[in-house]
Ligand binder design. Structure first.
Ligand SMILES: NC(=O)c1ccc[n+]([C@@H]2O[C@H](COP(=O)([O-])OP(=O)(O)OC[C@H]3O[C@@H](n4cnc5c(N)ncnc54)[C@H](OP(=O)(O)O)[C@@H]3O)[C@@H](O)[C@H]2O)c1
Length: 274
């Protein structure tokens, strides 16, 4: 599995398994086990996914040593509003049966809260319970705000990105500031998989449109966390390191952008302009 080195020196796999919507015990155990067998080491959950307990159970059954795994979880908006970041983090660790996570993220930039939340995450980094800390759904203005209050630059910004929503300006800002972008919903939840251009390119490269979309992101220097609970798709989504998309085809995929948001903004942040 290819890795990137984050701005604090820690390595992170380029590919991981997204775990949103996986709340069935048997399905979660099957998915995580299939992924581990296919070479995945990164698993992405969040307290908001309400599956940390299942994820903890599933990873405890793996024969992969803990130090080879990369577990990400996130602090949700209610904990930020209550200022209960320590409580939320302790409960996540307990549910996951872990004494540390590899990456702890602020799930959304809750206005008026996220700078304070970041200071709490800095403490988890200092005491070793989070090996890296980062953010999610942060735009340039949120990252600039953090820069004013903290000397610690987020290691990761996890954002929605795929051929139908290519967040070029934000990605370039992150690259210039040492923040690794990790693309969520990298399959746009299926929205581009029957796109004519992606199908033609799939045929050209003898890979599926899903693999072409994931490969496009990886060639742009992004990490990707496609979700699947189907072992066959989990294996297929990992087969993205055995081909290279030519520059002119990368440029063609860039033109598919239509700022299409596949994931929804949470109810409690709907009125906020992102
Ligand atoms: N930070 C955030 O705010 C945020 C927001 C959204 C998501 N995320 C993270 O990012 C992960 C991925 O995003 P996502 O789950 O929203 O969307 P996604 O990975 O773009 O798409 C997942 C959907 O595509 C299907 N799928 C997977 N592989 C496929 C393939 N090869 N061919 C056809 N269909 C396929 C899956 O169904 P099957 O399971 O049936 O295969 C599922 O319905 C999440 O699970 C979560 O960990 C983070």
């Amino acid at each position: 599995m290819q890795k990137v080195t984050l701005n604090n020196g820690k390595e992170m796999p380029v590919l991981g398994l997204g775990l949103y919507k996986l709340t069935d015990e048997a399905a979660t155990i099957t998915a995580i086990s299939a992924a581990a067998n296919a070479g995945y080491r990164l698993f992405d959950t969040a307290s908001a996914y309400k599956n940390e307990e299942l994820v903890g159970k599933a990873i405890a059954r793996l024969s992969v040593p803990r130090e080879e795994l990369f577990i990400t979880t996130k602090v949700w908006n209610n904990a930020q509003r209550l200022g209960d970041i320590e409580g939320a983090f302790s409960r996540s660790l307990e549910r996951l049966r872990l004494d540390y996570v590899d990456l702890y993220l602020i799930h959304w930039p809750v206005p008026g809260c996220y700078a304070g939340t970041w200071r709490a995450l800095e403490r988890f980094l200092a005491d070793g319970r989070a090996k890296a800390i980062g953010v999610s759904n942060f735009e340039i203005r949120h990252l600039e705000e953090l820069r004013k209050v903290s000397g610690i630059v987020p290691a990761v910004n996890q954002i929605e990105n795929h051929p139908l929503w290519y967040q070029q300006e934000l990605i370039e800002y992150c690259r210039d500031n040492g923040i690794q972008v990790q693309a969520y919903a990298p399959l746009a939840r299926g929205a581009y998989l029957d796109n004519d251009v992606m199908c033609v390119l799939g045929t050209k490269y003898a890979h599926t449109p899903a693999q072409v979309g994931l490969r496009w992101a990886v060639q742009k220097g992004l990490c990707v966390i496609p979700k699947s609970q189907d072992p066959e798709r989990i294996r297929g989504n990992a087969r993205i390191f055995d081909f290279e998309i030519e520059d002119e085809d990368m440029a063609i995929i860039d033109t598919l952008n239509q700022n299409y948001r596949a994931a929804s903004i949470p109810e409690d942040l709907r009125d906020i302009q992102f």
